[in-house]
Design a protein around this ligand. Structure first.
Ligand code: DGT
Ligand code: CA
Ligand code: CA
Ligand code: ZN
Length: 623
């Protein structure tokens, strides 16, 4: 892996992991809490959907879960000066090649350091090859504390590492979902597989996925056979590790797939554990511990005598029940309490059920304690799509869609929508005079009204308009008469400072008929970071002017990002979830946008396209 872009989340996460490893080297026992803290912080940074540096600039660094005063102040210094004296101090004397070796399966910080020092392998570019040569020359086995078996394991690990072409980037959610469905289908070819679920970040519907986690329900005696079947998955490239009830493989594209097999009796605990997030699990454990329980992927154990009422359980006929009446087995202190499903697990702990999408270790447990987790918006609540591109040629500034208005309408009907909005790109301004554009827009309206005169679902004529660098719109105001609404979007000139960009957007939002700010950060997952805006200003303007922020469901976008969705919600902003379809099939992307909304804690009340037609008309007329 090459060095990461300075100040990117990836670079920062790697840096934090290095510091954690350095503490391991300096004494695992004495530094236990530091090691955990740095790992936690690294995890949090890796899973952020915004750049940490921008979060810091917004003054919200300490709102990131896992970043406390100690790590936070070092990071501030790092962002300000490009270095942190504390990090430098800790990392002093540890060659970079140690950190490279730590990425090899089976090599931890201590062994990496020892091997580098023993054999003088300080070149990080060649350390993997160099160590492989040393191992093949049979020189590792004679080191004190290593031996033949260790040497073989190290060689194997190095070979696996070499085989990975390059470490894959995190992949956008929809692609990972497709892969998981394929694997689940394959696993279910075995009738002994009673149930299989995609867990981890997939189940939480995180915008990008590190690896795919799958859990299977089966009888204990069948687990070996199921693992063996998994290891024959046709897309398999290499096996990373396998045990009796779990295995990890690399599939094509170097995508890692982790499998766990567990029996039905304790599947609830497995679901919870393997869904994560890690941060949520840690908090849930801390919370359970306060009540005298210890939590694992197999169930809950009593760690000391607790008063049942504290744990939210009441005695009924002598044996405890969870509030919804489900029976649980509580035996002696050693006995494990098993949960078939997650509802009973959360309920046992006195918590409201927490939807997977918000299990991110922010404050969901506090909300669940007092029954305040809002009911998340669902795909079934969606009544229409306002961002669709047709094949109607209005000489657009960007790509046209592939299907006609009638075909889009048919698709909307098949999705049981009440209405649809058409938002072709604006006519290309550089090629046309204002008069020509007005004529094109007028003709388009006439065409749509004529074509769809007998349509049995409601339609709105919209347009997606480029926000020019000045903040002006790429559409003359005289053409506004021929639309019901405008979506304004950033499609060019992405590098501007925060203040300029904010003014640009605010200007664009202030035109009449602008009802939607399209894919607000303009990010492209894995390709382009989102633009930086003064979000508080944007949110308050949007709220006052009844402008919806779009949650764009297109797989490479998923924009507005979930963390900003939650902030915007708290600022009182309304949202609209759209697909940006360029053909009818794309209208099925709606589920991904709904996931983003759910991760942002939205209920259907904050999502405009869950409202009936009449309310939509009112909203469009509000200024
Ligand atoms: P990813 O793969 O980077 O997109 O994110 P996740 O959340 O899928 O993470 P992954 O695959 O490393 O682990 C899957 C779940 O397993 C994770 O969400 C929570 C659980 N888990 C993994 N490692 C730990 C751990 O060290 N402690 C706890 N409490 N849970 C863990
Ligand atoms: Ca995962
Ligand atoms: Ca995993
Ligand atoms: Zn579009």
């Amino acid at each position: 892996m090459s060095t990461e872009e300075k100040n990117s989340n990836k670079e920062i996460a790697e840096l934090l992991r290095k510091v954690s490893a350095a503490y391991v080297l300096k004494g695992e026992k004495e530094n236990r809490f530091r090691i955990i803290a740095y790992e936690k912080a690294a995890d949090a940074v890796e899973h952020l959907s915004r750049e940490l540096r921008d979060v810091w600039q917004d003054g919200k660094l300490y709102k990131v879960p896992g970043i406390g005063p100690g790590i936070g102040s070092s990071l501030e210094e790092y962002f300000k000066t490009g270095e942190s004296r504390h990090f430098n101090e800790i990392l002093k004397g540890i060659p970079e090649s140690v950190f490279t070796l730590m990425k090899v399966p089976g090599i931890g910080p201590k062994r990496a350091f020892r091997l580098v020092m023993e054999f003088g392998l300080t070149e990080k570019e060649t350390v993997v090859d160099d160590l492989l040569n040393v191992g093949r020359a049979n020189k590792i086995s004679s080191l004190e504390g290593f031996g033949q078996k260790s040497q073989d394991d190290i060689i194997e690990g190095l070979e696996v590492y070499q085989k990975r072409d390059r470490l894959v980037e995190r992949m956008p959610l929809p692609y990972a979902l497709d892969l998981s469905e394929e694997v689940i289908k394959y696993l279910k070819e075995m009738t002994k597989v009673k149930r299989a679920d995609a867990l981890g970040s997939l189940r939480r519907r995180v915008a990008t996925i590190g690896d795919v986690d799958i859990a299977v329900v089966a009888d204990d005696r069948d687990s070996k056979e199921i693992v063996a079947h998994f290891l024959k998955y046709p897309g398999l490239r290499s096996v990373e590790g396998a045990g009796d009830a779990k295995a990890s493989i690399l599939a094509a594209g170097n995508i890692r797939i982790d499998l766990r097999v567990q029996n039905q009796k304790s599947y609830g605990s497995m679901l919870e554990y393997f869904t994560g997030s890690k941060e949520h699990n840690i908090r849930l454990r801390e919370y359970a511990l306060k009540k005298g329980y210890s939590l694992s992927e197999y169930g809950i154990k009593k760690v000391k005598n607790v008063i049942p009422a504290q744990a939210g359980i009441q005695k009924k006929n002598g044996s405890p029940t969870v509030p919804d009446g489900r029976q649980v087995r509580v035996g002696d202190d050693k006995q494990i309490i098993e949960f078939k499903d997650e509802e009973s697990l959360y309920s046992f702990l006195g918590l409201q059920y927490i939807p997977p999408e918000i299990r991110e270790g922010t404050n969901e447990i506090d909300f669940a304690k007092v029954n305040q987790i809002p009911h998340p918006v669902e795909l079934e609540n969606i009544k229409g799509d306002f961002h669709t591109h047709s094949s109607y040629d209005l000489q657009p500034s960007h790509d046209m869609g592939l299907n006609s208005y009638s075909e889009l309408v048919e698709k909307a009907k098949s999705l049981k929508y009440e209405y649809i909005g058409f938002s072709d790109h604006n006519p290309k301004k550089s090629n046309l005079s204002d008069e020509e554009i007005v004529t094109i827009m007028k003709k388009r309206k006439e065409y749509i009204d004529k074509t769809l005169s007998s349509s049995d679902i409601h339609y709105f004529i919209g347009l997606e308009v480029d926000i020019l660098p000045s903040g002006e719109l790429a559409l003359p105001e005289k053409a506004f008469d021929y639309v019901d609404y405008l979506i304004v979007s950033l499609h060019s000139s992405f590098t501007m400072n925060n203040a300029e960009m904010t003014n640009r957007v605010l200007k664009a939002l202030s035109y009449p008929k602008v009802k939607i700010f399209g894919h607000p950060t303009a990010r492209l997952l894995g390709k382009r970071e989102g633009v930086e805006l003064d979000w508080d200003k944007i949110f308050s303007f949007a709220k006052d002017r009844h402008i919806a922020l779009e949650i764009n469901s297109a797989p490479p976008r998923l924009d507005l990002p979930d963390t900003l969705v939650r902030e915007a919600k708290e600022a009182g902003v309304k949202f609209i979830i759209n697909t940006d379809a360029h053909k009818v099939d794309h209208m099925d992307f709606m589920q991904y946008g709904v996931s983003v909304a759910r991760r942002g804690w939205l209920t259907k009340n904050e999502v405009i396209n869950t409202k009936p037609f009449k309310e939509i008309k009112n909203w469009l007329n509000k200024t």
